[in-house]
Design a protein around this ligand. Structure first.
Ligand code: FAD
Length: 351
């Protein structure tokens, strides 16, 4: 009886040793930043997050594949709704409809139009998605480039079709009314909206620490390795170069930048940028070269960056301070660039 008891003890000890040995042989998971990237909206997108293990682990490989497929699907959906570059998108069909139009639209398109209208009102029309005909006239839309500034008479004619007041939204019926000739361009807000949708995808999949980005507009949540914030480089607004002006460390916030230094054409030494001042019908003509805005939602940050670019540095700074918005302005001067930051923005600066 006593001998049997000893045998059981010995067997138990052997099993325990075996378990301990196997556990010691198993690799401890190594948190790593993993991700994927692709193309969308005429530009690139990327998604990164802090995974529980290295990219080669089966679990992480599967997570990457699943999130990649879901991200591609949702970006196709946003494009099919909000792109003016797709002839049969929901927005293109609305833009092409003849006469005064009242029609139901998808909830995502409605939400983006509602945010756009709010920012139009708040910015007194500096931001205006009905500026589309002028964007196209100046060669910054889907119709392709121009090399010459258009005639004033043509600008005046198209200006008569522009005005955010020519759109009304009905929340109850999720519908939009727009008058004849109104053409909506969501290029200054839908990229940010796409970023917000990528962030929602990560949230829905339980990812706690991530950085999602489309064409330089981005949103960060949580922290990356070693509990450090996500580091974001803000470009110097120098055409034809990729230089870093500043680095900011962010978490739980979206970042959007607008500027006059990438998308423009020049005629007789005069630069015409893709940001149109709806009040003149012409590209902005002041010294503000770049604006970076921080907001919880990327759609809002994206739209505000364009609104601020139109307002110019003085008005935009006052607006940012009055509304508790963190922003950085880079202004051209005779000797280079002058930076101006709201006090809140300065707290994000790393370099
Ligand atoms: P931002 O400063 O964010 O926006 C500037 C743009 O906003 C201008 O180009 C103009 O379109 C518009 N705008 C100008 N003035 C105003 C104003 N006062 N108020 C409101 N809006 C204004 N590009 C392609 O080449 N091919 C594509 O297939 C393509 N698909 C796209 C699909 C979607 C859904 C979106 C949103 C954009 C797409 N683009 C495409 C456009 C491209 O990526 C744009 O260059 C981009 O959206 C402009 O972003 P930005 O960051 O350069 O400038």
């Amino acid at each position: 009886m006593m001998r049997d008891y000893h045998k059981v003890i010995i067997r138990l000890a052997a099993s325990l040793l075996a378990v301990l040995f196997l556990t010691a042989c198993e690799k401890t998971p190594e948190p790593t930043v993993v991700g994927f990237a692709g193309g969308t909206m005429g530009t690139s997108y990327s998604v990164k997050w802090l995974a529980a293990d290295v990219a080669e682990s089966e679990k992480v490989k599967q997570q990457i594949a699943e999130l990649n497929a879901a991200a591609d699907l949702l970006l196709i959906e946003v494009n099919q709704s909000m792109s003016t570059y797709i002839a049969e998108s929901e927005l293109s069909l609305l833009n092409r409809a003849k006469g005064d139009v009242q029609q139901q639209i998808s909830q995502p398109l409605f939400n983006v139009l509602q945010l756009s209208q709010d920012i139009s009102r708040a910015s007194r029309g500096a931001f205006d998605v009905t500026v589309g005909p002028l964007v196209n006239l100046w060669g910054f839309g889907p119709d392709g480039r121009v090399t010459k500034a258009p005639e004033q008479s043509v600008i005046d004619e198209l200006r008569s079709k522009v005005g955010f007041q020519r759109i009304t939204l009905d929340t109850e019926n999720v519908s939009v009314s727009r008058s004849e000739g109104v053409y909506i361009d969501l290029s200054a807000v839908a990229k940010g909206y796409g970023v917000d949708r990528l962030a929602q995808l990560m949230d829905a999949n339980g990812v706690m620490n991530y950085l999602v980005e489309i064409g330089g507009e981005l949103r960060a949540k949580g922290l990356k390795l070693n509990s450090e914030p996500w580091l974001i480089a803000i470009e110097s607004p120098v055409s034809g170069q990729r230089a870093i002006q500043r680095i900011i460390g962010v978490r739980d916030i979206a970042v959007a930048t607008s500027g006059d230094y990438r998308n423009y054409f020049e005629e007789n030494g005069v630069r015409f940028s893709h940001t149109i001042d709806p009040s003149s019908g012409r590209p902005i003509n002041h010294k503000l070269a770049s604006v970076t805005v921080l907001r919880p939602s990327c759609a809002e940050a994206d739209a505000l960056a364009t609104a601020f670019t139109v307002m110019g540095e003085r008005k935009a700074y006052e607006y940012a301070i009055a509304n508790g918005i963190d922003a950085m302005f880079i202004v051209k001067s005779d000797t280079g660039f002058i930076e101006k930051q709201t006090p809140g923005f300065a707290t994000y600066l790393v370099e």
